[in-house]
Design a protein around this ligand. Structure first.
Ligand SMILES: Cc1cc2nc3c(=O)[nH]c(=O)nc-3n(C[C@H](O)[C@H](O)[C@H](O)COP(=O)(O)O)c2cc1C
Length: 368
């Protein structure tokens, strides 16, 4: 951790954020090809503790911490990422067709707030290329594949094209995944962001995917909303589709006033996009709490929560609110891969303090 903070991060932070990211993914891809490197990473970073074992959407996971979508959009580095100690790794978002995403610059740091601003617009190599890549390289842990509609500014999002787009990538990739997450609200593809605000379209999409013979659990990554009525309606739609196994919450678009941002407005105005990291933590946690109240204890739905997790306390808070698994991305940028071990070593101590024997006991302890 200290080495990352004093030696690696200053070097990376001198580079343009997207370039730093691309270099990190490339380095991870190359080192992940070596069994020696993967074993060394696992030895240095993985934590084995039976109290961390958990079950998520029918999958047995060694721990409840995962890598969130967006870090490895193209499934290039799953070999190494699967050796960093995460209990699962989610790649994507992947779309049916390749896409360049939005014009650059499209990634910005807000170091004073521990945040990242992202307006990538889901660039990726497309489902076929990523499927071929996954045939050559599989992670040692559960793999989630996050799907999104192809970002094509020239073609507005209309039904049924949108459903066909998801169906194509779903059919191409479900057999490579342990679970599939459907990104229903990329905050940065302006044309598509609000398509599923008309909730019957979620039902239409799921009905289309039912025709693809779903063989893996499906997670709906929702546009964040504090409107409990909307969340209740979405859960009622999911109830009609047995392959839907849970929900995740995406980043809000833009800079809603209730994010914890201290950076000056003028600075933020020069950073188009959605905010990830610490500034969204409380915002996402409030929605997680509402959602957990709706899905209830012991129900069929798992909840996956990301947003500002950089410590064991942060991850624990989300578990207690009702998250079945917790993910992070921005924490990796600010704290380096050692943060995974730090969180996983810290969680059992928190369980013990509060009289829980394992993850399952802590999940939903603060559910309202
Ligand atoms: C640079 C960046 C790119 C992202 N790309 C995606 C994406 O392609 N698909 C997606 O569903 N979420 C994406 N996300 C959202 C993350 O998966 C996660 O939900 C969010 O960043 C909150 O976690 P964090 O605060 O730990 O970063 C992205 C986030 C960041 C910061």
């Amino acid at each position: 951790m200290a080495f990352y903070a004093t030696a690696v991060r200053p070097l990376l932070f001198r580079l343009d954020p997207e370039r730093a990211h691309d270099l990190t993914v490339r380095a991870s891809e190359l080192s992940g090809r070596s069994g020696l490197a993967r074993r060394a990473a696992r030895r240095a970073l993985a934590v084995r503790d039976p109290r961390l074992r958990t079950s998520f959407a029918g999958l047995d996971l060694p721990n409840p911490l995962g890598l969130a979508a967006g870090f490895d959009k193209n499934g290039r580095a799953v070999g190494l990422l699967g050796a960093l100690g995460f209990g699962h790794v989610e790649i994507g978002s992947v779309s049916a067709w390749p896409s360049d995403g939005n014009p650059r610059p499209r990634l910005f740091r807000i170091p004073q707030d521990g945040g990242i601003v992202v307006s990538y617009g889901v660039p990726n190599d497309g489902a076929d290329a990523i499927r071929a890549r996954l045939d050559r390289q599989r992670p040692a842990v559960a793999l989630g594949i996050n799907l999104v509609k192809t970002n094509d500014p020239g073609r507005p999002a209309v039904a049924p094209d949108v459903y066909e787009d998801y169906a194509r990538s779903f059919a191409a990739l479900q057999d490579r995944a342990h679970y599939v997450a459907l990104n229903l609200s990329c905050p940065n593809s302006a044309a598509d962001r609000d398509f599923f605000d008309e909730l019957p379209r979620i039902d239409a999409l799921l009905s289309r995917l039912a025709g693809c013979d779903p063989r893996v659990p499906v997670i709906l990554k929702l546009k964040p909303t504090r409107d409990a009525g909307v969340l209740r309606e979405i859960v009622a739609i999911a109830d009609r589709h047995p392959f839907v196994a849970g929900f995740a919450i995406n980043l809000p678009a833009g800079k809603p006033p209730d994010l914890a941002l201290s950076a000056p407005r003028a600075t933020l105005d020069g950073m188009p996009g959605a905010v990830g990291g610490k500034p969204v933590e409380a915002y996402v946690n409030a929605i997680l709490g509402t959602l957990a109240g709706i899905t209830g204890p012991g129900g069929r739905y798992a909840l996956m929560a990301a947003g500002g997790v950089t410590s064991a306390d942060d991850a624990y808070r989300k578990l207690r609110l009702g998250a079945t698994v917790v993910q992070l991305y921005t924490g990796l940028i600010y704290r380096g891969p050692g943060v995974v071990r730090e969180i996983l070593e810290g969680l059992p101590a928190l369980f013990e303090r509060d009289g829980f024997e394992s993850v399952g006991d802590a999940v939903g302890a603060d559910r309202v």
